[in-house]
Design a protein around this ligand. Structure first.
Ligand SMILES: Cc1cc2nc3c(=O)[nH]c(=O)nc-3n(C[C@H](O)[C@H](O)[C@H](O)COP(=O)(O)OP(=O)(O)OC[C@H]3O[C@@H](n4cnc5c(N)ncnc54)[C@H](O)[C@@H]3O)c2cc1C
Length: 316
């Protein structure tokens, strides 16, 4: 482990009730699995966030920023170092250009993606409906370039404000971001220069004026389709594997390999959607990882296809 008693005391002194120790990550992930984070901090201001990351940089202690944990698989022995949760105070949505066309809306990283979708519908702004039903926060959606067959974050993002490991803030316009399938990479020179992944503080989105009633109707249709196709009643992290670049989806390959319903411990390939690994109750991260490897092997042996996880696997 990385935090000695002195470091723990110092963190307690600096961050008071915002810091907890040995916090089970199963409480902060949709999979409901994961061992403890050595320190778990929910900062109450940007200033406090800057203090945390410059303290951890000085001490050489790694940190991981999380949103709602809807795309995270935390291993059973937990996360050494500091986990930072932004949902406590980074939760405002504001117009940054109401009279412009397209309209510019800025949402802080801790805002839930669904709150941003509802805001857009209420205000009669189109562009967000692709994300209806995607769990998690705006920060997580930006980092994951979250999306569906209707679109993805990269279609509407204009710029982001990030905090780098010195605690300084930088605005990054879209042309300095590289988006790919379920991934955002920020300018490589930036990360080289400042070590550590930049933290998304907020994102500015370009939305277009539309009719709230039409948007609401469209959102209802999209949500209904999601509910029919996804096992939302069971803990999961959504689609476990990325779709291969062309041809069939990951779910179709897993289904064709006859793997629906396959179990390891409490982890199971959903019978409703083959690309969902669900926790049927009492699964460990090791169960899920073992099932992941079994799926990868069977699909590779049968179809010569390498399935790559979309879910972020963290911890030890
Ligand atoms: C039932 C279900 C359905 C889903 N459906 C979809 C879908 O249709 N499409 C889709 O794309 N995804 C889907 N997902 C996956 C997931 O909801 C998205 O990837 C979501 O955007 C993750 O957001 P989060 O806040 O939970 O991020 P987390 O899971 O907490 O984190 C994801 C990654 O982002 C990083 N991160 C989070 N916040 C920040 C920040 N502020 N700064 C820097 N890094 C950060 C984390 O370190 C981690 O690497 C689904 C998940 C579930 C459980």
């Amino acid at each position: 482990m990385l935090l000695d008693q002195d470091s723990r005391n110092r963190l307690k002194y600096l961050f008071g009730s915002c810091v907890g120790f040995d916090e089970p990550m199963s409480r902060h992930t949709y999979f409901r699995v994961g061992g403890p984070a050595e320190a778990f901090i929910a900062p109450e201001s940007i200033g406090q966030l800057a203090e945390i990351i410059s303290w951890s940089r000085d001490k050489g202690i790694p940190y991981l920023v999380i949103g709602n944990g809807s795309n995270l698989l935390v291993k059973d022995n937990g996360i050494p170092g500091i986990v930072i949760l932004l949902t406590k105070c980074f939760n405002k949505i504001v117009f940054s250009g109401k009279e412009t066309e397209p309209v510019l809306v800025t949402a802080m990283a801790g805002v839930s993606t669904q709150a941003l979708c509802s805001f857009a519908i209420r205000e009669g702004l189109s562009g967000m409906n692709f994300a209806i039903g995607i769990p998690g926060t705006v920060g997580g959606a930006i980092m994951m370039n979250a999306g569906t067959s209707y679109g993805s974050v990269s279609d509407i993002l204009d710029s982001v404000n990030v905090m780098i490991s010195s605690g300084a803030m930088l605005k990054i316009p879209k042309d300095e971001m590289a988006f790919s399938y379920r991934k955002l990479s920020l300018n490589i020179n930036l990360t080289d220069q400042y070590e550590g992944e930049p933290i998304i503080i907020d994102g500015c989105f370009r939305l277009c004026r539309s009719d709230p009633a039409l948007l609401k109707k469209e959102a209802g249709r999209i949500l209904k389709k999601r509910r029919e196709n996804q096992p939302a009643e069971m803990p999961s992290a959504g689609s476990f594997f990325k779709n291969p670049p062309a041809g069939k989806t990951a779910g179709q390959f897993i289904d064709m390999a006859g793997l629906k319903g396959t179990r390891v411990g409490g982890a199971e390939i959903s019978a409703k959607h083959a690309n969902f690994i669900v926790n049927t109750g009492g699964a460990s991260a090791s169960d899920i990882l073992e099932l992941m490897q079994l799926v990868q092997k069977k699909v590779f042996d049968k179809f010569n296809i390498n399935l790559e996880p979309e879910v972020k696997i963290v911890g030890i």
